[in-house]
Design a protein around this ligand. Sequence first.
Ligand SMILES: [Zn+2]
Length: 513
Amino acid sequence: MNQPHTSSQLRAVQKKLLVAAITAVACFSLPAFAQDLPPPATEMTDVQWRVLEKRISDRANEIANSRNFFEDDRRPIVVQARIERPSNVLVLEVDISFGKDVGSLELEDFMSYVRVGMEDLTGLIPGFTTTDWRIGGYDMDYWFNQIIPEGERLGRPAGHFSSAQAARAKVVVAAGHGAYFHTKYKWTMQRERVNGVLEDEITTIFAKELSYSTERNGADPIRIRGGDVGLVHEPSGKPWNNMAARYFLENWRPNNPEIWNSKPESTDARREMHQDIRSRPLYANFIGADAIAHIHTNADAPSATGTRILVHPGRSRDFSLAQLALCGMKEAIHSDPQYANYTVPLEPSVVQDKGENSYATVPSMIVEVGFHTNLSDAKLLQDPNFQKLSMRGLAKGMRLFREGASCAPFIVKPSDPMTAVVGKDIQMPISISGNPVYPVHLISTRLDCPEGKKCSPTIKSVYNKKDADAYRFGHLCWRGDESKPPVEFRVEAKDFEGLRTTPVTYQIKCVKG
Ligand SMILES: [Zn+2]
């Protein structure tokens, strides 16, 4: 990912326009989403399609049998792969015995490993849109519906809250995983520590950052696990901070077991973990949240790296939310040069196999911040500066979604060289664009400081775009300056969230009046 900044921005803009056009169409016709992107110009021959299909099939089976994903070893597992044309959907099929695993983390992990492990190959499918799993011929929506039918997902009719309450958006911040009760192993975490990262733990740190940033972006975060709770969860004897969301929701909503105790008749040893996954979207639906962000870290082969955002197919709002979230994260993460090469794709991954998204009736996305299975990602995931930046970007993307705004980059526009008459004060604007969080600092620093003078930056705080546009900083050319090289200023801006623009240089040539 070493693209020059400007061309990748340009591509982002072009892609946004295209997606905006598609979204606009989608509003007035039957569901039509990114899957309907026009096929690319390069056509593949039938032979090429078959070769690619075969490679994908081989890889899928190799990954599926590379390790044991399930409590009871199911190997050998047969995965049938086919590319559906012209929709460019990769369909992966396993037998009906996997139906009973739907809603479990094991099956989600299995599907995720296969999907991510094939990204290089699916990337070769022209106009590739999504990987669609089928179990015994049925798609994942069918199976999720078997557990909680669509009509029972606790969706709240619009307009339930008074306008005063509705004035501030509610964002559910859901840290992934956490301790749960396993009938055999008793209280246990959902993940294991890898490269120093325990996903159940680290997601609460990201969630905290996301909550703070969400508030600064003008919405009310609702953290459904983690938080600064010093108390002990009595049944488990574990700190509350470790517990899965299901137990928080049980505590908050004891009279609504349909949120946290769905399918109580299940005899699966991991019943409460499955309930935990479902409780998150069900709660967001129940309170009529504006959006829910599920924070996770990812697992795959050690080489897999970077952020991924997953959304359920056929939901244009979720797709737009995720696109803006990715754009915000990319901007924030790449604003620090030490993370400039960190992979943040422009497009979400559309997948059908995630319960956290599937059961949501409000815009929902799974944010896989990085791969804890990758050594350098694991380091970043534990880096407080990266934690802050990534979540600032995510909060910003979610704000842009609420505002219906686009993801214009936060920049100071470059200025042509200027001329100033000796003895007259020249007044220069700092023209910013993008969607910063105000107040914004407009900063100008003289670069060629004259000898013996101290040139500290001039910092102006502005509280809205209008003030920013009205602001000018001055420079006075002295007699004799006309024979010197142009005066240079470094000009930049920094928003309330700490996001900095790339500095630009202003040049002023002093001339005789
Ligand atoms: Zn996870």
